[in-house]
Every structure is written in C-alpha cells, then in structure tokens.
Design a protein around this ligand. Structure first.
Ligand SMILES: Nc1ncnc2c1ncn2[C@@H]1O[C@H](COP(=O)(O)OP(=O)(O)OP(=O)(O)O)[C@@H](O)[C@H]1O
Length: 246
C-alpha cells in the first residue's frame, strides 16, 4: 500500500473542508479526484503533500506519517500544485535548476532533463524571461516539469490540464498514459471528466468535504453510463442558466 488515509479531516475556522476521509492507494493506481468547486479536492492534495496539517485523522505514505515531512517522501513524491506560485524572478531554467539541485541531481542529468522536458512540452526554459512574465500555460508547464524532474514514483497533480492549449493538453495526456503504463502512482484532480475517464483506473468523488463515491469505472458506472453522468448523479444536476435581468 502506498497511501493510507484514516478519518482525515481539515477545518478552516468553523467550516470543515474535509471530514471523515478514508481511502487507501495501491502502487500503480491512477486516481481521479473529482468534485465540484469548493468540494475539498485541493485541500486533500495539500494535506497529502504536507502543505497543510490535518485537524484530525492520519495520513501515511509508504508507512511514513506525512506530517513529519520525512526526506524519504520528498524523494519519491512529485507535486504539481493548482496555483502557479513559482519563484517569479527566476527564468524557467534557473527555477528548474534550483528544484533539481534540491533533489540532488547531477548537473549533466539536470541539464538533459530540463532540455527534454522543454522539447516535449514545447517551452523554451532557456529564454531569458522571468517566470513572472510567463503566460498561465507556460507557468503550468514549468510547475509540471518541476514535479517530474527527479523521476518520482508518486505524483500529485492538481488540475494539470487547466490552461493548457489543446496540443499541449494532448501531449500531457500521452505523457500521463506513459507514466501510468510504467507504474507511476498518480493522484490527479480534474474537472475534465472525459480526460479523467480515459486516464484514471479509479475515481474518488468528493462532495462537500466527504467522499461520495470511490471505485473503478466498472464498479461505479451503471450500464452505458459515462463518468459525466455518474458525476451529475452523484453531486447534483446543473441549473437552468438564465438571469432575471438579461
Ligand atoms: N486557507 C483556507 N482558508 C479558509 N477556507 C479555505 C482555505 N482553503 C480552502 N478553504 C475552503 O475549503 C473548501 C474546499 O476548498 P478546495 O480549494 O479544497 O476546493 P476544490 O475542490 O479544490 O475546489 P475547486 O474545484 O474550485 O478548485 C472551500 O470551501 C474553501 O473555501
């Protein structure tokens, strides 16, 4: 077992963003964490990656308690956060270099990986442009590259497709398929249900801070149901989109 989460809860003030979260993840699973805006997906990723501490319950990754932030976990985990809070004053290459050195990568290996990531994602990390002047999609690609540099076996991706153009999005899909096929364990939040359906082996649907559904497509979908109809059935239907003054 790679991840074991028991009775996990996180409160902000009086509001529980997550409550009574229980699940286990086995090596090689590709889990889609789904839910409406504000459901608690990013909070879950931030908890599991040690960016937030829980209000209750426990989280273990590879038998390490996440809150103790062991170095062993930093080595095996790659994290692409939903925000693109990078070091704004650095160029892409300087930032990735910094991240790679933290992971102890040798200079030549690091240079080769930065070049290969740039070629695959079609972004020139070497250009003398500070990250603050990157487009949103460029920042996402930089964050993704930083998450992959040290070849992690466990990946957390928060809305990785958000802001990517259709070509880059398809490249990322293909890259994730390849990582999945090579046994990387992946937890990904996404609102793109078609992509999630294509990529993930299992879905965890969170609604108002609680897990409403957890299982494979085969175990959750009824008959010819799509992931989108399962999602709507689980968390509620859309409203008619009309405004009284227009
Ligand atoms: N630092 C914080 N302080 C107060 N409330 C917070 C904080 N972080 C998250 N929340 C609240 O926790 C709840 C879950 O937020 P979260 O960002 O996890 O949702 P999400 O499922 O990722 O949503 P989205 O799909 O819109 O990104 C929301 O009600 C949010 O307002």
């Amino acid at each position: 077992m790679v991840i074991n989460v028991e009775s996990l809860g996180r409160r902000f003030g009086d509001v529980w963003a997550l409550k009574e979260i229980n699940f286990q993840v086995q090596a090689g699973e590709f889990i889609g964490i789904l839910g409406r805006n504000g459901a608690g997906k990013t909070t879950l990723v931030r908890l599991l990656t040690g960016q937030l501490s829980p209000s209750e319950g426990s989280m273990d990754i590879c038998k390490h308690r996440v809150e103790s932030r062991p170095t062993a976990l930093r080595r095996i985990m790659g994290v692409m956060p939903d925000t693109t809070a990078l070091f704004d004053g650095l160029t892409g290459e300087q930032y990735l270099h910094f991240v790679g050195r933290i992971h102890g990568l040798q200079e030549e290996v690091l240079q080769n990986r930065i070049r290969e990531l740039g070629e695959l994602l079609e972004i020139d990390f070497l250009q003398p442009l500070p990250i603050v002047d990157f487009s949103f999609g460029m920042k996402k690609k930089t964050a993704l590259s930083a998450a992959l540099l040290h070849a992690p076996s466990l990946l957390f991706l928060d809305e990785p497709f958000e802001g990517l153009d259709p070509v880059s999005s398809d490249t990322l899909r293909s890259l994730l398929e390849s990582l999945r096929d090579h046994g990387t364990t992946i937890l990904m939040t996404s609102h793109l249900l078609g992509l999630a359906e294509r990529l993930c082996s299992r879905f965890i649907i969170i609604n108002q801070g609680r897990i409403e559904a957890d299982g494979s497509a085969e175990s959750l979908l009824r008959g010819n149901e799509t992931l989108e109809s399962l999602f709507l059935r689980t968390v509620g239907k859309a409203k008619a989109g009309a405004l009284t003054w227009m």
